[in-house]
Design a protein around this ligand. Sequence first.
Ligand code: F6P
Length: 323
Amino acid sequence: IQCIGVLTSGGDAPGMNAAIRAVTRTAIANGIIVKGIYRGYRGLITNEITSLETQSVSNIIQRGGTILKTARCDEFRTPEGRRQAHDVIVEHGIEALVVIGGDGSLHGARDFAQEHNFPIIGLPGTIDNDLSGTDLTIGYDTALNTIMECVDKIRDTASSHERLFFVEVMGRDAGFLALNGALATGSEAAIIPEISLEKDQLAEMIEQGFRKSKNSSIVLVAESEVTGGAMGVAERVKKEYPQFDVRVSILGHLQRGGSPSAQDRILATRMGEAAIEALLEGQRNVMVGLQNDELVLVPFAKAIKKDKPIDRHLLDVLRIVSR
Ligand code: F6P
């Protein structure tokens, strides 16, 4: 392989820049030309492509977001859009792609690779941590730390006013951020889409949260139609417990920003290097994953399967330690 393309796609995640840096520099060290594709798959269709040199990725390891920009591209979901992208790739002499992104991005990678018999290596870049075959995704740790800082602050005001707070965190349809965010902040409970919460369980949780010395509570709610989000849960609770002073806080996109944590920078760097090694070994259409601190290669079909298990025992732990 003499020339590769690298792109970031879907929701940005802290550590994507560290991944771009590692991919670029490892490729150059192996004599491979690197082309940076702007705005994810959209840039492949609209031909927004630039050469990346060693210096192009200087001073970015500590920056959140992605220097290559990102987008969610509807056209790439169609065979016609992918064909246009393929024409542009051929025009630039790109012989393989490294795609850094989440579930939607890897779906696109799988379809494109199959249709055009084209080698792609994926890197899991999403704050949601919802890709199978990897214990961690790039950006998840930073987002978790951001949630922790925010909830610590909410705790100050919640306890001063003796309020019950429902704090909504991201995750799309996955509860990793909510569950582990709750553990990290000593929250009283987590409501996650993977585990349905019967009405009386919610009641028990709230009453337990407000017993004895505890006169304020924080419940982390994962955004999702299943949970109803923090607003939905708060409305239900307000109706049944008018005596509680309920507030809602939706953390939103601030969870996606910020300088990546050491863990995310190291993960992104290891995975970026491994992506090029994998290409050189002739691997294709796999995602680099982390399992028990070892890097592994996971077929796209497995990575996007949406069957990543959440540790249900952690909900019990949360219940016990927040008493
Ligand atoms: O996948 C990352 C993520 O931040 C999800 O947690 C969230 O549901 C979604 O992206 C939000 O996407 P957008 O920034 O396009 O609104």
